[in-house]
Design a protein around this ligand. Sequence first.
Ligand code: BG6
Length: 470
Amino acid sequence: MKEKIQFPKDFWWGAATSGPQSEGWYGKRHENVMDYWYRAQRNDFFNGVGPDVASDFYHKYKDDFAMCRQIGMNSFRTSIQWTRLIKDLETGEPDPEGVQFYKDVIAEAKKNGIILVMNLHHFDMPIELLQKYGGWESKHVVELFAKFAKTAFEAFGNDIEYWTTFNEPMVIPEAGYLYGFHYPKLVGKGKEAVQIIFNINLASAMAIQEYRKMHLNGEIGIILNLTPAYPRSDSKEDLDAAAFADDFFNRSFLDPAVFGTFPKTLIEILKKDNVLWESDEKELEIIKNNTVDFIGVNYYHPKRVKAPEADHFENWMPDRYFSDYDMPGKRMNPYRGWEIFPKAIYDIAKNVQDNYGNIKWFISENGMGVEGEEKYRKENGEIEDDYRIEFYEEHLAWLNKAIQEGSNCFGYHAWTPFDCWSWNNAYKNRYGFIAIDLNDQKRTIKKSGYWLKDVADNNGYEYDTDSIKE
Ligand code: BG6
């Protein structure tokens, strides 16, 4: 039966991008790991496309905000690039040109009535700090991040109401140190990954500490990719595997962010295996005392796990306690190779409601990357992305069900407002509400952009609620 799916008053309708993926390296003083990786190993990037200008947000932000407004967005997330804002990475001294750029961006968002969520780190470690100190493995770099954060709060603290410290911090150890799909492309470095998990939690808490010291009129949170770990079966072995995967990939950031502590079950295992991070009382105190005001949750696909099969790694790896489970018959997005499972958004919401004090939160990324969208372009130039609209409606229906049951969710951001550069996948899969032609950077609103406008105007949409099924 068709019913109106209604969202709470003042709900955020928007989308997220990041500095590196929308502005690229144009006009920056320093290089980040992704910029360097592209310069050094261009063949790792889809069609050899790099982040030189990316989607040229650097020059087109005025048009982009106007278009975002046109498609009904009341909120927008991007990130300040450490490598753009900071002139001296050791002292945190700002670069006046970087300051001016972000001031202009902030003013333009305001002019369009768009709430800006400003993030501080989106996989973009300055390459100098990786080469000189080992990046997130180093506590010195943690301190330099806190200096960068302080500079950002001093420059823009009065103009930004919503800050976040990190985007998907788990991806940094996972992609760079465990499974090698992002630079420095290391595989099997479990112990280093564990230290990085701790160090990034400390960096986030130290940034929050700087923020609180300034008594600004806003809020600060963190963006986490919470991926529920579903067990293959109800056997003890599979359930244990799922519990470990949840501890390691989700709770290792969620618990410190919300409670200021790490999951006991995780600490016990890491201690027993002799790979627990190095920390001292003072650092633990900082994490304890500097928790978040809200969380952003990025959700794309679930994690399915089973009892571990033979661990083929030389060093300690989390895979000692679980193996990935390739569930037969799962629904797939064939382009990105990710499972589509909308109900997980409900499960995440209930977990936050029941186990994390119903802290306020929003969906900070959700989306469907599709390759070759040109084939869906109509004569008038619009891309007819009905698959994306269906994907959003299904996810939003599950989210709404959780909100009806008391989940404290205040918004929904898709990935992404306009097509942007996806790291080594470059422009392979497009996610935007607005298409970008890479030949001339021309922007065209997709059908999903007009859909969003309708949904935002009505704060909901008509939906066949019988189809809310697993
Ligand atoms: C999230 C990231 O993991 O997913 C984004 O925060 C990223 O930076 C997005 O672009 C989509 O994933 P991908 O790998 O297709 O770009």
